[in-house]
Design a protein around this ligand. Sequence first.
Ligand code: ATP
Length: 467
Amino acid sequence: MQIPGLCYISIGLDDFDALKYGCTTHLATYILNELPKKLRNTVLLFDYPNLVRLNPSIPWKTRGNGAIAIRLGIPCEYASDLSVLMQIIEELVEDYISRFLSKFDVRVPDFEPGLVIARHPLSNDLASLYEKALTDVVVLDHSFISKLMRKGFMVSQRYGRRGIIGASAAIMWLYKGRDYTFELLTYRSKKMYGKSRCIDEESVKVFDNLTRGESFNNYDYKENRILITPHGLDPILYGVRGETPDAVKKALSIIKVCEPLVAWTVFRSNQATDDHAIYRVAKELNPFKTCRISGVVAEKPAIVRGGTVIVKMFDATGEVLLAFFKPSQLFNIASVLDIGDYIEVQGQVKLWNNLQVVHVEKIAILNTSITYKCRPPKCPRCGKRMEKKGLGKGYKCEKCGIIIFNPELECKKIIRGIAVKLSLPPPHSQKHLMKPIDRYGKERNGYSYELLPVTITTKIIEPLEFL
Ligand code: ATP
């Protein structure tokens, strides 16, 4: 995939959403549509724009900790000196922000935007950055920024705040082969911000049926509710997730909306992949890390205030407290765990009531312990049930006075009512990164890049209503 005269770069964006009404994907849609015009329309994408979800336990995230990478083939004259391209993008961002701010007069107390550009090929030395930002805390200090710059990244001076962590991590996604999905995001007219979203529920079910196996988490049939709409003030009308760009784009012709749909973009994403659930052992856990960990249940579960179930588990390196909170609806399973059960959980390490706990988002019971209920034997002379007399004192028949040491007890296996299986929260409680049950067996591990015209991945239908 080498076209003479084209050079390859990635643009990373994050934290442009503190504008209350904004969203970094919305800015990305604007840049994708406007940048080609500034570069003589000689821009090709060499991938769908990437919507990369990062560590879901980061306390300073606004919603789903999403960052963006846009992968472009551009005329080499713009790639040789990235400062010219940086200036063009900064001007687009400035334009985007000023039009938003003047319209809505919103305050921006935690506006921490990050904009970075990287020339390809990307440096191997940064290959671990994505996984670190996905599963742990990245510290934004001088050495982080100087490493980025040494490895060929240009960091925006105007937008060089905390968002550069997410922006650079998004660029480093898929540097190694990993699973991925797609999401079509559609955007509302600016006139509709703050109003409830108007979508025809039946058409969402039709879309769900027609794309079954190719899309997921569109509709919760148990709760009778749409799962594709956010509820905040952000500009997203709906988002549908699926296995291919074609599958998610079908929503545009099937899902009926009763308010203007002014733009759309298809993103490749690490959503619904469980990419954050990396294997760890007990001694490696620290607050804000994500994990997948297996071990043996050490004590009977405790049910505490609010219905939270706490389970103590151990592995070869130490003990872990697992917390099953109500919304996950996993507490029914957690509360019937027993000592000796062998389980695997995935979740996020948190401090809860001054205790370090793993906030569990999925549990697999790998093996259940077998428990027996035993009764003392019957007296061999009179047939009356004997009584246990205490440790080392045997069993005594109160009628005949006979004492027996080490008799054979009458034992029955207890039916546990718990199966060896994987359990997930209901669809409406599943967070962005969590792989839904429908995706098991569909995992992919990487893709080859292909050059795409920008128009197949994004469109602003009504420019005057978009910004
Ligand atoms: P939205 O979903 O609307 O885009 P958000 O939930 O992504 O919002 P942001 O406002 O982007 O939230 O805030 C996340 C901030 O946390 C960003 O500044 C990002 O750079 C930073 N961040 C992301 N992951 C990490 C991490 N692992 N360690 C430290 N900072 C991180």
